[in-house]
Design a protein around this ligand. Structure first.
Ligand code: IVH
Length: 717
């Protein structure tokens, strides 16, 4: 992909193209960094990653103002409750128009108001309307002194500490250059990219935290955290597009102001354009509308603003919206359809998720027949009933959602009662579980555990998934087939059954798998080869594959490290199940392992069915011991960051080696970093290290440092 002959050399890109490609690449790189460093699950090769990075570097070299804003800062002390801030100039809202005709009418109105002749140019800017939350940043003597949310427009909340925690990811400058006025209030929008939003929700799901409905909510929730450290972990972004108090005006046009913001170091939207007439305005609206699906963050319209600030002054305001600006909203990606049924899906851990079965309808170009209803509380909040007409929306362009019930409800529609018994054949009672604080949680669960076929099936799906056993040719479809295989003796009902399948297929007097439709002799022998290849498995993968609640990949790795070998892990888990305080305390002493994990482990290993299932599985496998950190190594307990290209080893290798020596490998440089290993081409991480006074060494120095400890006998040691 880096060698795509059709690709324009970075230096020949138009500034807008460069901005767009840069943003996309930065998102991609950030996502791969996350997969690599936080989940230990890279999904692309080093070469592919390097190609992405190289292109990013090329673009940044040609357009230095684009320097990636991917690293994140570590937050300051907690702020406590938010204080109120009075805006020196009110933060206004915008009027809306919903069609081209209304947009044209807006311009006509402005012209009439100003008595502007039809043949005289009236420049108007057009830019995306970001679906985030607005923020006002106050600089005094060119230093950031406060940051406030919009609030009611007159008074907002003081989020200065949180904004300080995300200066790096947002690109909000802490200090303005010398030519900026002594008092400057810069305003704009805080938002999250789609990729970061999804990553946050994935992480939230893993830790059992709140799932955000859309990027806007996630951005708001992230900014309004009591603990700035939490905010710091969320890669918020920012675009500057407006201002409040301004000591001296750097320009007397809208475009000039935004250009000044860009010079001062603020990120500004590359899709902003100055249009000389209505036709150009509408043309740009169409362009932004076309870009919308690939822009990487939520926008809900285009904002038009009269470019000349003197004219803005003349136009003034009506109520709380300016007469000189308007939001041209996109046709909402919403549709009305009938709710035919509410299905209850049973997840791997038994969580019951209500799913709206809809009369199929096109929403924003995609046919939707299912939408999530989240949980019973959401059903109650909406008072949604089977037979209702509902408004369906594609939130963040991804998961369709039922947002409201259309008022006039058809006759005879009954309130929905969430099942009190599981929809599975077992008909077990549904339990409403308590959260760790003892409050009633929103989630209902099937109490059937492994006896429940739905949970079993989901459990098997997880078991064979890519980050778990990853058996080629045994995906969801095949699992579903073998789960209900017409020949009972060939069914797969639990993980151990996968590994006995071949022997069972070879048994006498049986219909063979190769005779079923969709299978052939070759595919069956390939399948068995793939299964056999997985009989030997790394301990951390194995632990992850067990599908214990709250034990995601990262946690599985920590657990594997702590135990070393499967028998030790099992013994530890059983002690926890037996409520041995010492074992619990020992495990919780590990950084990042808390009560939810020990509770879940104890619960899992306290169940006879689960333990028996694990025993049957273990009998089929060889579980490799975790690579144990060496007790004595110069880097034990140290946090190391690799940056730039390494010439004597791949990044994966360097990381594995460092970890096997007891070092922690981090993806970004912070005050906690002990050592940065920098190869050629090291960029922002190296700068950061220098800035923070973190020790930097070369790859050769690194190899020399670890040489005494890292021998060929390291593995398994
Ligand atoms: S200009 C005086 N420009 O939309 C006008 N607002 O509905 C100040 N918004 O509260 C706002 N993108 O949070 C402006 N490019 C943009 C915007 C934008 C998003 C939000 C902003 C504002 C709301 C008004």
């Amino acid at each position: 992909m880096a060698h795509d002959p059709l690709r324009v050399p970075a230096k020949d890109l138009l500034p807008m193209e460069a901005e767009i490609e840069h943003r996309r690449l930065a998102d991609e790189v950030a996502e791969h960094d996350r997969r690599y460093h936080q989940e230990d699950a890279p999904t692309i090769s080093d070469a592919e990653y390097d190609a992405l990075r190289r292109r990013l570097d090329e673009i940044e070299a040609a357009f230095p103002h684009l320097r990636a804003r991917v690293t994140q800062a570590v937050g300051a002390a907690p702020s406590g409750k938010f204080a109120k801030v009075r805006h020196s100039v009110p933060m206004l809202s915008l009027g809306n128009v919903f069609s081209v005709e209304e947009a044209e009418e807006f311009v006509a109105r402005v012209r009439r108001f100003l008595d502007w002749p039809a043949d005289r140019e009236l420049a108007i800017t057009a830019e995306p309307k970001i679906d985030g939350l607005s923020l006002s940043l106050r600089y005094e003597n060119r230093r950031l002194v406060s940051a406030a949310t919009r609030g009611d427009g007159a008074e907002g909340e003081d989020v200065t500490a949180n904004v300080r925690a995300v200066l790096a990811s947002t690109g909000i400058p802490d200090v303005l250059p010398a030519d900026a006025p002594t008092i400057a209030e810069v305003r704009g929008e805080i938002y999250l990219s789609h990729a970061d939003f999804q990553a946050i929700n994935a992480r939230q799901a893993e830790i059992g935290g709140k799932i955000f409905a859309n990027p806007r909510n996630a951005a708001a929730g992230s900014l309004r955290q009591i603990d700035p450290k939490v905010t710091a972990s969320r890669p918020l972004r920012f675009f500057a597009y407006a201002w409040g108090e301004m000591g001296t005006m750097p320009s007397m046009t809208q475009t000039g102001m935004v250009e000044a913001f860009a010079r001062w170091g603020f990120p500004v939207n590359p899709l902003m354009k100055r249009c000389a007439d209505v036709a150009a305005l509408i043309e740009h609206y169409r362009l932004i509308e076309r870009e919308r699906p690939i822009i990487g963050y939520d926008i809900d319209g285009v904002v038009y603003k009269v470019d000349d600030l003197a004219l803005q002054g003349r136009l003034g305001f009506v109520a709380r919206a300016p007469r000189w600006a308007v939001a041209h909203k996109f046709a909402a990606e919403k549709a009305i359809t009938r709710l035919n049924a509410i299905d209850i899906q049973v997840g791997r851990t038994g969580a019951l998720t209500p799913v709206a079965k809809l009369e199929p309808i096109t929403v924003g170009g995609v046919v939707v027949s299912n939408a999530t209803l989240h949980n019973p509380d959401e059903i109650a909040r909406l008072d949604v009933r089977v037979g209702d007409f509902v408004v369906v929306q594609r939130a963040g362009d991804v998961i369709p959602q039922v947002v409201e019930v259309v008022q006039d409800r058809p006759r005879g529609v009954e309130p929905y009662a969430f099942p009190t018994i599981c929809p599975c054949p077992l008909k077990t009672p549904v339990i409403r579980e308590e959260t760790s604080s003892g409050a009633e949680g929103a989630v209902r669960r099937c109490s059937g555990e492994f006896a429940c076929p739905h949970q079993r099936m989901e459990h098997l799906r997880h078991f064979v998934s890519r980050r778990a056993f990853d058996i080629e040719g045994l995906g969801e479809k095949q699992i579903a087939f073998f789960f209900e295989c017409p020949v009972e003796a060939l069914r797969i009902r639990e993980p151990a059954d996968i590994f006995t399948l071949e022997a069972r297929n070879d048994a006498q007097n049986l219909q063979k798998i190769e005779n079923f439709e969709g299978f052939g002799k070759t595919s069956v022998s390939n399948l068995f080869a793939a299964i056999n290849a997985r009989r030997t498995i790394a301990l951390e993968r194995f632990i992850f594959a067990l599908g214990i609640r709250h034990v995601g990949e990262t946690t599985a790795k920590l657990l594997a490290r702590a135990a070393g070998e499967w028998p030790a892990f099992e013994a530890m888990a059983r002690r926890i199940a037996a409520d041995e305080t010492e074992a619990i305390a020992e495990l919780q002493a590990i950084d990042q392992i808390g009560p939810s994990v020990t509770e879940a482990l104890g619960e899992f290993f306290g169940r006879t069915d689960a333990v028996a299932m694990v025993d049957r599985l273990v009998a089929q496998l060889v579980i490799l011991p975790a690579e144990k950190p060496r007790g004595e190594s110069p880097v034990t307990g140290k946090t190391v960051v690799f940056t730039g290209s390494l010439e004597r080893m791949t990044r994966d290798e360097a990381k594995a080696r460092a970890e096997s020596l007891g070092a922690k490998v981090a993806g970004s440089v912070s005050k906690k970093t002990d050592l940065v290993v920098a190869g050629p081409g090291a960029g922002s991480k190296l700068d950061k290290a220098t800035e923070l006074g973190v020790k930097v060494i070369s790859e050769d120095e690194w190899l020399a440092l670890i040489a005494p400890a890292a021998g060929p006998d390291t593995a398994g040691g």
